[in-house]
Design a protein around this ligand. Structure first.
Ligand SMILES: [Zn+2]
Ligand SMILES: [Zn+2]
Length: 143
């Protein structure tokens, strides 16, 4: 499998790079076309030139079709490139962009293709004390 990588953050709903123990993961979710007019990418509403990151809906800039945030995100695919923290295998996978709670933290979980270890990409928490390796954050959502 060869995943398409984003050329710019504008293409993504979500982008993150994480160090996971001795391994690492990069995850991204592409915006998808408006299901109604199929002429533009759905995005967060823009007001006076500023993107409303906390908006609870996505809007089509072409036809103004509005989809509730969760309903839209549930249809998206999360692309994950990883180096497995358990066996050092480098792999790529895709998973639905749906977070499940692991230890109370919303997490995108994928499995190492080789050793089946679980690789957790947790939602970034403010006080988590993440290392500098996680720089390069895109439009990480905050709620
Ligand atoms: Zn549209
Ligand atoms: Zn592994």
């Amino acid at each position: 499998m060869s995943l398409r990588e984003p050329e710019s953050m504008d293409e993504c709903v979500y982008f993150t790079k994480r160090a996971i123990g001795p391994g690492k993961a990069k995850a991204w979710v592409f915006k998808e076309q408006c299901p109604k007019c199929k002429k533009a990418m759905m995005g967060k509403p823009v007001e006076k030139g500023k993107v409303k990151i906390r908006a609870k809906e996505y809007v089509c800039p072409n036809c103004n079709n509005t989809v509730e945030k969760q309903a839209y995100e549930d249809t998206l695919t999360c692309n994950v490139q990883y180096v497995c923290p358990a066996c050092s295998y480098s792999g790529e996978t895709q998973t639905p962009y749906k977070r499940k709670k692991i230890d109370g933290v919303p997490t995108i979980q994928v499995e190492c293709e080789k050793c089946k270890a679980k690789i957790n990409i947790t939602k970034k928490m403010k006080a988590a004390g993440e290392s500098k390796l996680t720089a390069g954050e895109g439009e990480e959502e905050e709620e």
